[in-house]
Design a binder for this molecule. Structure first.
Ligand code: UDP
Length: 250
């Protein structure tokens, strides 16, 4: 540990390029996605990503509440991201705060850009994201879970939406930041990609990086999103794959 003022700063990058958990700069944390774990929801997904645990549930298309949000030509997507009080080391005050509102808004807008909302006028598609355990990158984990849950609900979309945060850690551009890297690193850049068109539909940045570093970060993030996309599709295949007839008969 080094120290900056009163704060103890962990060693974020070793001389041979290993990160605090032994990963290389371009490595993702372990990611497991399960589609359809909730019986009551129309669609659901559970994501374990590093130490993040995130559940998403989708209801709808259904009647819009509150009614004044209803749109005559399309469905509205209402997204609620919530972090459980027990999800972080220092208990989080329960309920809606500005951060949750902002994250709900950016995730909802990203989803709005891929769902064929015009097919369901005057309805609401409600997306609930519950963060049960948090270790940085929860908006990306939430978006991954939400888009698999939407697919599980049978809602037509242009594509799934893989997402990941890239950042700058000890001067280097790194994929998929964990908590210490997010806290003590120089920049955090969450993004979401529409894989088939290559369009970015969520891009935020906190901190500083040069234009050249930003280019590297975007390339790294896009590559990460494409790897995550494969896992999202595999989760949906696992949920809906039909057992071969001989096996089912056994
Ligand atoms: N965090 C926390 N308490 C809070 C909000 C966030 O401990 O009230 C932690 C949590 O681990 C979260 C991380 O800080 O994942 C980074 O939060 P950020 O706002 O950057 O969003 P995220 O990276 O989760 O999308």
């Amino acid at each position: 540990m080094g120290s900056v003022g009163a704060k103890e700063v962990p060693v974020l990058l070793t001389p041979d390029g290993r990160r605090i958990d032994g990963r290389r700069l371009d490595e993702l944390r372990a990611l497991e996605i399960r589609a359809g774990p909730l019986k009551q929801a129309d669609g659901s997904a559970f994501v374990e990503w590093g130490a993040n645990k995130v559940m998403a549930a989708v209801y709808g298309p259904r009647e819009v509440h509150p009614r004044h949000l209803q749109q005559n030509d399309r469905a509205v997507i209402q997204c609620k991201y919530n972090m459980a009080a027990f999800s972080v080391d220092e208990r989080k005050r329960p309920g809606l705060d500005r951060r949750s509102q902002e994250i709900s808004k950016v995730i909802g807008e990203a989803l709005q850009s891929v769902v064929f909302t015009e097919e369901f006028p005057r309805t609401s598609i409600d997306v609930y994201i519950e963060v049960l355990q948090a270790n940085a990158g929860t908006r990306c984990a939430g978006l991954v879970a939400a888009s698999v849950a939407l697919a599980d609900a049978g809602i037509p979309m242009v594509d799934l939406l893989p997402a990941v945060a890239v950042g700058k850690v000890a001067g280097a551009i790194a994929l998929d930041l964990k908590k210490e890297e997010d806290n003590f690193g120089e920049a955090d850049l969450p993004m979401a990609l529409v894989p088939q068109s290559g369009r970015l539909v969520l891009l935020q940045m906190e901190g500083h990086m040069t234009e050249e570093e930003l280019g590297t970060a975007l390339d790294l993030g896009v590559g990460g999103c494409r790897a995550i996309y494969e896992k999202m599709k595999a989760a949906l295949r696992d949920r809906y794959s039909v057992a071969p007839i001989e096996e089912a008969a056994r």
